[in-house]
Ligand binder design. Structure first.
Ligand code: IMP
Ligand code: MG
Length: 195
């Protein structure tokens, strides 16, 4: 799939009601909506006549997933996994799977969905877990990719946006479990991260 690269110098003005916390907007609501539609169109082509199971990682994917699946005219099923990284704030180290699948995925075409591919540890750990369940195929889809921070050699099959090395929030992504409800993807003011 094509890539959509977000320039490092991009700094858009946040909506008035978020200006107290948000330094700048990196990706606008309308841009996300357009890109999600494009991803859905690609998935529809690739998964025609397949038994698709989307496995979404909680909680960061909820907004992306909800928008994406409503563009997909495919007979798909949804399931969820959760992984938590030990470490705190914006720094992660190891990964533990904290919620397992409910559906049987053996022999099925599985698409693993995450909000952001950062160091790659989360995706690697969940891919290993899913591969052990013998799916027919396993592909990965992330809304955001931050290649500058990668420590594990891994890439996603479908990528929404490639972004510079900022800690971002919104459209499902959180800082300390907050800001998931922002309709755009943005960067918080320094003083919020330092609180
Ligand atoms: P990784 O294991 O380092 O690739 O990190 C993946 C997880 O860390 C994601 O699923 C997010 O929950 C979280 N994460 C990484 N970067 C960011 C960010 O910029 N904003 C919010 N969450 C992030
Ligand atoms: Mg997360």
């Amino acid at each position: 799939m094509n890539v959509c690269v977000i320039d490092e110098k991009r700094r858009l003005k946040p909506p008035v009601r978020w200006r107290k916390d948000v330094d700048f907007v990196l990706i606008r609501q309308q841009e996300i909506a357009k890109r999600v539609k494009e991803i859905a169109a690609t998935l529809e082509k690739d998964y025609q006549d397949k038994e698709l199971v989307i496995v979404a990682l909680l909680s960061g994917t909820v907004v992306f997933l909800a928008d994406l699946v409503r563009h997909l005219e495919l007979p798909l099923r949804l399931d969820f996994m959760a992984a938590s990284s030990y470490g705190c704030g914006t720094v992660s180290k190891g990964v533990k799977i904290t919620k397992e699948l409910k559906l049987e995925i053996q022999g099925k075409d599985v698409l693993l969905l995450d909000d952001i591919l950062d160091t790659g540890r989360t995706l690697k750990a969940t891919i290993e877990r899913l591969e052990g369940l013998n799916p027919k195929s396993l592909k990965t889809c992330v809304l955001l990719d931050k290649p500058a921070r990668r420590v594990v050699d891994i890439s996603a099959d479908y990528i929404g946006f490639m972004i510079p090395d900022y800690f971002v929030v919104g459209y499902g992504l959180d800082y300390a479990e907050k800001y998931r409800n922002l309709p755009f993807i943005g960067v918080l003011k320094k003083e919020i991260y330092e609180k």
